[in-house]
Design a binder for this molecule. Structure first.
Ligand code: NAI
Length: 719
């Protein structure tokens, strides 16, 4: 017997495979993922009402109609629409969800969720409100509470229910860490009762219902999970102190949600479930709509948009398939790019003019791809599996036979062009030729090519394995087809590609250079290295600009700085400090010394008094700087450069600037991106701050765009 009920259009269907077993199947017909939107919750409420009126039911199974997909969470667009809602409304929404799901524990029947695929956020909350959970053994099956990654914690009872089922320690780890766990781990902590093949989920759920009805265990659990958690004060105190220390170390006070989640779970553990839920709702409302919550939601939408964006406006084009890639230059970047391909199953031909460099490059690729994240060691099986995908070669024919050819040799236009000249005649008709250059304009590199339409920049960031950004750079003659293929290829490597127009430094380095340049200016005006670093880190940067110089390499930074200085001499100064250090062989981390010294066994940067010798001769002053002044000096020139980039249409959308900086240089995610941050400060306030830097000239002069935004009360995102 099967019947369809509920609101229209119906996403949850109720069926009765046996006379006393009800099955609720969730399937959002027009969507790839099931999402707990308000309308779905209304439907669920209606179904629960029907089931509550059936006293002879033995059990209710909640399952998804989509293979490999249980529930991907709450509807975040609805969240965004309520960000400015009064706190009482947020608390009410939270309680509504808790009350709705709590009805699963009040049914006369046993409630079981049967999970195949992803079960996160609101979906995991629904799951923990049911009496029992079973999971499929599918590779995509996982359960988790990723809310902290959005600056929140579960607000539909997740923080109250989970510790009662799996114990406070496990729940704290799940909720404050935000990482999902697989079925095995879920079973080990008592979160799920059984793991079965996806096709067997429903019969297994029915079997479980029969057993529960016989033993009556679910009734005992209902009773004990309604009360406080039994734990000694010593245990509680120890757990609180250790978890809080770990969280503070990880979040550095910049992400409040994990600590707030810990406090809610610790506090709630001593109350009955009703009070714990009320506590959760009140505390949830404090995080909802906070600056960090808004910023992290912004990042969610930036990445979501990026996943759907094909890189061009013409949606009729489809990417050419890429099954093989060649990488020319087996250095830091070339080896990193080759490894990224191998990890995604794309075979790679790696070549280098220097045989020693090629051998080292191939060995570096193998080391990287055979690293097993779980054991944190090299894995022989992985190495054996991956090795056939990497071909170290000196044959131009083998290189040219690949679908994409990426050049990553030294940053020298003549060397790069001579390689293109030699290889281009050998390439297939659809092969894309690309450069990984970080600064040299693409249009110029393409000048002598027979097919400049099939040439573009595919600019990876260092280290490739860590940085998710790729800039796909369009030369004047690059075709849309080439862009679409390059974008799809970068996505296949697991990256976020943004399409940018040609120009000095493209997008990310163009915005980074003013920031790094300003750090040197500050040094020469008497600011201390430690103070500059501290301010940048307090702002949220992963490292200060002076450390960044040492990481990038002072020679590389000098070269990139020169390109920018030549392009924008009124705004970028050619600081004499860099060439002085380079001349002395202080190239940064790689040479054991740069601004800092790296002579200790751990190669950790240490202050080196010798550095004064390289700065003092160029000192223009010596005074104290306050924190706000340094912050303004570092970040406002970067912001002004971003407004110029927008004016020049280097990017297709403001959101690409934010995505680029977050995933290319680690701009603080809790600030939501440079322009998101600037919008929260406001154009008028930014102009006020810039006034204090007027004496610095062109590099801090407000741009037309910023001025017009201030005059019209606009924001970057509303533009
Ligand atoms: P690298 O110095 O580590 O490697 C360059 C390799 O190219 C060397 O192994 C060299 O032997 C080889 N090579 C030189 N001339 C060659 C030729 N004619 N044919 C074949 N191989 C040749 O340099 P790295 O850092 O890997 O940079 C490579 C490219 O990537 C440059 O264009 C650089 O601007 C760009 N890039 C560098 C980043 C970085 O942080 N190092 C970041 C993003 C881009």
């Amino acid at each position: 017997m099967s019947s369809e009920q509920g609101a229209s259009p119906s996403t949850i269907t109720l069926s009765m495979p046996e006379a006393d077993i009800a099955v609720l199947t969730l399937d959002m017909q027009d969507k790839g993922a099931n999402i707990l939107s308000r309308s779905v919750l209304v439907e669920l409420a209606a179904h629960l009402e029907t089931l509550e009126a059936q006293p002879n039911l033995a059990g209710v199974v909640f399952i998804s109609g989509k293979p490999n997909m249980f529930i991907a969470g709450a509807d975040l667009r609805e969240f965004v629409a309520s960000l400015n809602a009064p706190k009482e409304d947020v608390i009410a929404l939270s309680k509504e969800g808790q009350d709705l799901f709590a009805r699963f524990t009040k049914l006369p029947a046993v409630s079981v969720v049967a999970i195949d695929g992803i079960c996160v956020g609101g979906g995991a909350e629904l799951a923990v409100w049911c009496d029992r959970r079973i999971m499929s053994d599918g590779p995509k099956t996982e359960i988790g509470f990723p809310e902290v990654k959005l600056g929140l914690f579960p607000g539909w009872g997740g923080t109250a229910r989970t510790p009662r089922i799996v114990g406070l320690g496990n729940a704290v780890e799940l909720v404050t860490g935000g990482e999902s766990i697989d079925a095995q781990a879920a079973r080990a902590m008592g979160l799920v009762s059984d793991i079965v093949p996806a096709a067997d989920l429903l019969p297994a759920a029915v079997r479980l219902i029969r057993i529960e009805q016989q033993t009556g265990q679910f009734r005992k659990d209902r009773q004990s999970w309604a009360g406080p958690i039994r734990m000694s004060e010593t245990e509680l105190g120890f757990l609180g102190a250790t978890a809080s220390a770990v969280i503070q170390g990880q979040t550095k006070g910049q992400y409040p949600a994990p600590l707030a989640a810990l406090e809610v779970m610790m506090g709630g553990s001593m109350m009955d479930i009703q009070a714990a839920c009320e506590f959760e709702a009140t505390e949830f409302a404090k995080l909802f709509g906070s600056e960090v919550n808004r910023s992290l939601l912004n990042i969610f939408f930036l990445t979501d948009r990026n996943k759907k964006d094909e890189g061009v406006d013409d949606t009729s084009l489809s990417p050419e398939s890429v099954n093989s890639a060649a990488v020319i230059g087996a250095g830091i970047m070339g080896a990193g790019i080759a490894a990224a391909n191998v990890k995604r199953g794309i075979s790679v031909s790696l070549t280098d003019a220097n045989k020693g460099a090629l051998a080292k490059g191939v060995s570096n690729v193998l080391t990287e791809v055979s690293f097993n994240k779980a054991t944190r060691q090299a894995d022989v099986d992985l190495a054996v599996k991956m090795a056939p995908l990497i071909n170290g070669t000196v044959s131009d024919a083998e290189v040219a036979a690949c679908d994409v050819v990426i050049e990553a040799v030294v940053e020298n236009a003549d060397v790069k062009k001579s390689i293109y000249k030699r290889l281009e005649p050998l390439l297939g008709d659809n092969t894309i030729l690309a450069s990984n250059t970080s600064t040299i304009p693409i249009t110029g590199l393409a000048k002598d090519l027979a097919h400049p339409d099939r040439f573009c920049g595919i600019h990876f960031f260092n280290p490739v394995r860590k940085m998710k950004l790729v800039e796909v750079i369009r030369g004047e003659k690059t075709s849309d087809q080439t862009v679409v293929t390059a974008v799809a290829y970068a996505k296949r490597l697991g990256k976020f590609p943004i399409v940018v127009n040609d120009g000095p430094g493209f997008l990310v380095n163009r915005l980074l250079l003013p920031y790094m340049n300003e750090a040197l200016e500050l040094l020469c005006e008497g600011a201390e290295i430690a103070v500059i670093e501290k301010v940048a880190k307090a702002f949220g940067m992963p490292m200060g600009p002076i450390t960044l110089y040492d990481v990038v390499g002072l020679d590389t930074a000098f070269y990139a700085g020169r390109v920018m200085w030549e392009a924008f001499p009124d705004r970028i100064s050619a600081s004499p400090v860099l060439p002085a250090l380079v001349k002395a062989g202080r190239l940064g981390q790689k040479s054991g010394a740069g601004f800092f010294s790296y002579q200790n066994p751990k190669k950790k940067g240490e202050f080196d008094p010798e550095i004064a010798k390289f700065i003092d001769p160029y000192k223009k002053g010596d005074r104290e700087f306050d924190k706000q002044e340094i912050e303004n000096r570092l970040f406002l020139p970067m912001l002004l450069e971003a407004t110029r980039v927008l004016q020049e249409k280097i990017v297709r959308d403001v959101r690409d600037v934010d995505l680029g900086l977050i995933f290319g240089i680690g701009f603080p995610p809790f600030k939501g991106g440079l322009l998101h941050w600037a919008d929260r400060v406001g154009a008028k306030e930014l102009l006020e701050r810039l006034k204090t830097l007027e004496s610095l000239g062109a590099r801090t002069k407000p741009t037309e765009l910023l001025q017009s935004m201030a005059a019209e009360g606009k924001t970057f995102y509303s533009n």
